[in-house]
Design a protein around this ligand. Structure first.
Ligand SMILES: NC(=O)c1ccc[n+]([C@@H]2O[C@H](COP(=O)([O-])OP(=O)(O)OC[C@H]3O[C@@H](n4cnc5c(N)ncnc54)[C@H](O)[C@@H]3O)[C@@H](O)[C@H]2O)c1
Length: 365
């Protein structure tokens, strides 16, 4: 049972919740507790200016409530920017469930969570994220229609995400090398999971020379023999003499240490939060003459895929919409060069500009 003591421990007196919401302009938080199932969650609605807020449900063993609160505030705001920049009629939201996804989830637990989602009346739409699965969303869907990513519907978003990364990478290449052809380009793909494998497929098809690494040795072996790509060591990837580095595994891989080693001219991959510290490493990358395709612009295929399910669109629509990532990346890089401002900052501005413009037509829900 939670005691008042726990709340004090999280330092919420010095960091009051509404003050934190106000700092980043969040609309609403829903704190969810159910003693019967043990569910403890926070649903964050950052913005509904462009439409209902959409973002997945993350289940994680947070050390304390403040950590969970910080994560839901940060992630829901990030979704507002991603959805806006992708040109979707969606606001930004996200949920976090505090707990161990391996042992605590079951039908009752997820259906209880679905009831909380439903209580927001469509202001928030959920989907899978780290620690939740299509099975969990099926349980959620028994209590609310405000959920996407269900089996038999839009399905695995990875092909659309990978396609968006591929076309966005080509746009970045065009800005850096004068041509978007990737034939003969040396490209290092870090992580060959769901997105990484599809990306490797596109790159190999176009005739790029691809290098791959992954912590999963079996997967690596299969990818290497199936696609004829070269395997490199986990750390070796940062020292390769390549044209493009495509992080498709972890965040924060563009940092002080790796920037001393990376020889690429373009960074373009699917991973979220690639820059360890946006304000520091976004500028350092630019000063080194590397073109960085902002992650949330490049990997929007996943949310585009979710939107097609939400809006009842044909599954092919996602792939067609993901092609627009080419122009988005081109516009970001051109503006970044013209204004001498790091690309991630331009991407943020473009997202804000759309919210401001459409906000004149629409009011929040
Ligand atoms: N799946 C999507 O549609 C989607 C959408 C947007 C963003 N993303 C982001 O893209 C990235 C990849 O997503 P995914 O769905 O392919 O995930 P995934 O878990 O299927 O693949 C990640 C791969 O990275 C490997 N990996 C983990 N640590 C590594 C390390 N230190 N070095 C090298 N490889 C390592 C894993 O073994 C795994 O094969 C994630 O950061 C994810 O948040 C994915």
């Amino acid at each position: 049972m939670f005691e008042v003591k726990d709340i004090k421990d999280t330092n919420l007196i010095e960091n009051p919740v509404i003050a934190q919401m106000s700092q980043y302009n969040h609309e609403q938080l829903l704190f969810c507790n159910d003693n019967a199932t043990g569910l403890k969650a926070i649903i964050g609605v950052h913005s509904t200016v462009l439409g209902p807020s959409l973002g997945g449900t993350r289940m994680w063993m947070y050390n304390n409530e403040l950590e969970a609160l910080t994560d839901v505030l940060r992630l829901s705001r990030g979704m507002t920017y991603k959805n806006s920049l992708a040109g979707l009629n969606l606001g930004g939201g996200k949920s976090v469930i505090i707990g161990d996804s391996r042992t605590m989830k079951n039908e009752a637990y997820m259906r209880r969570f679905g009831k909380f989602v439903n209580s927001l009346g469509g202001k928030y739409i959920t989907a899978e994220d780290v620690g939740t699965s299509t099975q969990d969303m099926t349980w959620v869907s028994m209590e609310t229609k405000h959920v996407v990513g269900l089996p038999g519907k839009s399905g695995d978003p990875s092909p659309v995400t990978a396609y968006g990364v591929y076309v966005g990478m080509k746009a970045a290449a065009k800005e850096q090398f004068g041509t978007d052809a990737l034939k003969g380009r040396k490209i290092a793909v870090q992580g060959v999971g769901h997105v990484g494998e599809y990306l490797v497929g596109h790159l190999v098809k176009e005739g790029a020379e691809v290098f791959v690494t992954d912590i999963n040795q079996e997967l690596l072996k299969r990818i290497s023999s199936e696609y004829g790509v070269k395997v490199v060591g986990l750390d070796e990837i940062y020292d390769l003499d390549v044209d493009i580095y495509a992080p498709c595994a972890l965040g924060a891989t563009v940092n002080d240490e790796t920037l001393k080693r990376l020889k690429c001219a373009v960074i373009a991959g699917a991973a979220n939060n690639q820059l360890k510290e946006e304000s520091v490493h976004g500028r350092l990358v630019m000063e080194k003459g590397i073109i960085y395709a902002p992650d949330f612009a490049l990997n929007a295929g996943g949310v585009i895929n979710c939107y097609s399910e939400f809006a009842g669109l044909n599954p092919d629509w996602g792939m067609i919409k993901a092609e627009e990532i080419y122009t988005t990346i081109q516009n970001i890089i051109k503006r970044s060069k013209q204004e001498n401002i790091p690309s991630y900052q331009i991407a943020n501005r473009m997202a804000e500009e759309r919210i401001e413009a459409i906000g004149k037509v629409k009011l929040p829900m």
